[in-house]
Design a protein around this ligand. Structure first.
Ligand SMILES: Nc1ncnc2c1ncn2[C@@H]1O[C@H](COP(=O)(O)OP(=O)(O)OP(=O)(O)O)[C@@H](O)[C@H]1O
Ligand SMILES: [Mg+2]
Length: 212
C-alpha cells in the first residue's frame, strides 16, 4: 500500500481534496482506499451509502502506523491509501502517526501568506522532520505542497509559490482553484474526476514519479 497523507496546519480543503484525489486515482485504474484520520469524520460520512467507488475507513488513531497496515484487504497491496488527516494544529498525535507511515505527504495550502504563516508557526517542517527517526528508512516522507482553494486571478499565488520554493519546498504546478464545483462536495455527492484539475494532479504526480 502506498500512503498519501493530506495534511495542513488548519482547515484548508483536505477532505475535499482527499475525496477528489481518491476518485482521480481510482478512475486511472488504481485500487484506492480512503482513510479518515480525522475525528470529525467528514470523509467517511461523505462516502456513506456507497456514493464512492472505494471504501473510506475510519482511522483517526495515534496508532495509525501500527494498525492500518495490518488491515489492508487482500488485493490492495499495490493500491493507494488516501489519508485525510485532521488538521495538525489540533491533531498532532494522529498526524505524527500517519506521517510515520506516509510515502507522500501533501501539504494542502491556500495560496495566502496568512496560511503560510500558520504553516511556519506550527512549525510544519519540523513536525514532518521529527517523524524521520520513527520511520523504517529514518527519512522524513517526501513532501509536496498543493496550492488549493485558490481564488481566480490572484497574484499571491505566484508570490506564495516563489516564497515556498525559496524555502526549499516542492510545490505542485497544478493548483486547485476555488470553485463552486469543489465547494459543493458533501455527504453522498457524486464525483467524476475525469477532466477535472485532480486528474491533472495525478498526471503531474505520475510524471514526477511520485507514485509507484
Ligand atoms: N477548491 C475549493 N473551492 C471552493 N471551496 C472549497 C474548495 N476546497 C474546499 N472548499 C471549501 O472549504 C471548506 C473547507 O474544506 P474542507 O472541509 O475540505 O477542509 P478541511 O481541511 O478538511 O477542514 P477540516 O480540517 O476542518 O476538516 C468547505 O466549506 C469546502 O467546501
Ligand atoms: Mg476535513
Amino acid at each position: 500500500m502506498f500512503y498519501i497523507a493530506n495534511v495542513s496546519p488548519r482547515s484548508t480543503g483536505k477532505t475535499t481534496n482527499s475525496a477528489w484525489m481518491g476518485h482521480a486515482l481510482h478512475e486511472r485504474g488504481r485500487r484506492v482506499i480512503g482513510y479518515d484520520a480525522d475525528d470529525s469524520r467528514q470523509f467517511s460520512r461523505w462516502q456513506a451509502a456507497g456514493a464512492y467507488p472505494f471504501v473510506v475507513q475510519q482511522a483517526a488513531t495515534a496508532a495509525f502506523h501500527m494498525n492500518v497496515p495490518q488491515m489492508v484487504p487482500a488485493g490492495f497491496e499495490d493500491g493507494v491509501g488516501v489519508v485525510d488527516v485532521g488538521h495538525l494544529e489540533d491533531h498532532q498525535a494522529v498526524g505524527a502517526s500517519v506521517l510515520r507511515l506516509a510515502d507522500l505527504a501533501i501539504v494542502n495550502l491556500p495560496p495566502s501568506m496568512n496560511d503560510v504563516e500558520r504553516m511556519e508557526e506550527l512549525p510544519l517542517r519540523e513536525f514532518i522532520e521529527n517523524v524521520a527517526p520513527l520511520r523504517l528508512d529514518s527519512k522524513a516522507p517526501v513532501t509536496w505542497v498543493l496550492l488549493c482553494k485558490a481564488p481566480n486571478g490572484v497574484s499571491e499565488i505566484k508570490q506564495v509559490r516563489e516564497y515556498l520554493e525559496d524555502e526549499g519546498y516542492n510545490v505542485f504546478t497544478t493548483v486547485i482553484p476555488a470553485v463552486v464545483k469543489y465547494m459543493r462536495t458533501h455527504e453522498g455527492s457524486e464525483i467524476l474526476a475525469k477532466g477535472s484539475v485532480f486528474d491533472e494532479l495525478v498526471t503531474e504526480m505520475e510524471e514526477r514519479a511520485l507514485l509507484p
